[in-house]
Design a protein around this ligand. Sequence first.
Ligand SMILES: Nc1nc2c(c(=O)[nH]1)N[C@H]1C(S)=C(S)[C@@H](COP(=O)(O)O)O[C@H]1N2
Ligand SMILES: [Mo]
Length: 212
Amino acid sequence: MASDRQGTAEGASDASRRVPPGQRLVNGWPVSHYGPVPRFRPERWNLRVSGATADGAERGWTFDELTGLPHVTVVADLHCATGNTDHEWYGIPATAVLDLVPPAAEVTHVMAWAEYGYSANLRLADFTTPRTLLATHHNGEPLTAEHGFPLRLVVPHLYGYKSAKWLRGIEYLTEDRRGFWEERGYHNVADPWKEQRYSYQEREGDGPEQAT
Ligand SMILES: Nc1nc2c(c(=O)[nH]1)N[C@H]1C(S)=C(S)[C@@H](COP(=O)(O)O)O[C@H]1N2
Ligand SMILES: [Mo]
C-alpha cells in the first residue's frame, strides 16, 4: 500500500514520501485476501449502487455497460501488501459513480461490497478523491482473477483492506458502519501515513462507536 507516486494526478516524486512508516517496498505483486477467488460470470454480474441515493432508487450496470463509462489512469501503489514501483491503474473514477447516481444530501460514508460479502467502509471524502478508482486494468492489462477481476476498488491513500477486490456494489450510508476488517480489529479510517492499523488506535470520531 503505498503511496502516491509521481504520475497523472497530484502524486509527489519525493522518495521519502513514497513509503509510509512501517511499510516497505516489496518485489512483485503479492496476493492478499480472505477466502477464495470468485469466478466471473458475466451473465450474472452487475455493479449495484444502493442505499441513500438522492431519488431513492437503486441503479445497476452490467459489465458491458460499465465499459461505456468514463475511464482514467492513476499511478499509485497499494499500501498493505505491495510496494511495487509500477502500479498503473485504469478504471472508472469513483466520482463518476457519484455523478451518475447522486447520493442523498445526508450521505456521509459509503460501503464498498464485494463477492462473498466482503465489505469496506469509507468516508465519503475518501471515496471522492480524484485518485479513487473502480479499476478494471493494471499496467495496461485486465486485472487477474487473484487481484480482483473484473473490477476492484483502488483507494491509493488508505491501507489495502479498503481496496475491495471483486467489487459488486456501492452502498450510500447516512451514518458510518464497519466493514469486514473494520469489524475484526482493523482501523476504521486506515490512513497509512498516520499508521492507523488497528481499531484500538481509534480516537473519538474515527469510527461509528467508541473504540474499546
Ligand atoms: N474482496 C476482497 N478484497 C480485498 C481483500 C479481501 O480479503 N477480499 N483484502 C484486502 C487487503 S487486506 C489487501 S492488502 C488488498 C491486497 O490486494 P492484492 O491482493 O491485489 O495485492 O486487497 C484488499 N481487498
Ligand atoms: Mo491487507
